[in-house]
Design a protein around this ligand. Sequence first.
Ligand code: CMP
Length: 226
Amino acid sequence: MSTDEILMKAPLFSALDPESAAALRASITEIELSKGQTVFSEGEEGDRLYVVLEGKIKLARTSSDGRENLLSVLGPGEMFGELSLFDPRPRTASAIALTHVRLAGLGHDDLRPWLTGRPEVAVHLLRALAQRLRRTNDVIADLVFSDVPGRVAKQLLDLADRFGTKTEDGVRVHHDLTQEELAQLVGASRETVNKALADFAQRGWLRIEAKAVVILDRDRLHHRSR
Ligand code: CMP
């Protein structure tokens, strides 16, 4: 997909006619990062938001004793760094490249006139925020009500919806996460997450590959995630 096609999928641009989208696009700077590089760190002042054009980004928070929690993994067309636009306070999470990434960066100052001048842009951004709040509520409920295997199943299905590609026998989810990072995304220890994955593999629901899984029985996994 071309840069323009990906941008048009992002909440900011999908509200605009081609002429306005081209005008907004003129304020964009493209940034490339290699795997492991940091876009910004939790606690820093933030003055721009980003749309992923290529590759994957992880959003991570670190606890006071050094443990990490992954809020999300984002791919092409997804946006981050907008909270400090609406509420000018420090970044609530760090953004780190999981793969080689290409990002479109847009300064908050360049964006503000669009929010006030074009209500549809604001509405699309609010919708994206509402979707994130819904998803976050689901994650909180799962942390309270679901066991670790249930949460692993749910995360894998979510990653499959966003990053899955069809194979002969199922759907390959190339998540680009280490075992440790997958555990941080699920919110459990690496050992417990690995045990759940091994159990699913033994039942024939999935196959484990390096930084990927192939989902072989979506229905059973879905049933286990509820
Ligand atoms: P900001 O606080 O500017 O920088 C960190 C970004 O992470 C934040 O904006 C959001 O874009 C993103 N973010 C924060 N919390 C979540 C969450 N729960 N789910 C997905 N993305 C989030």
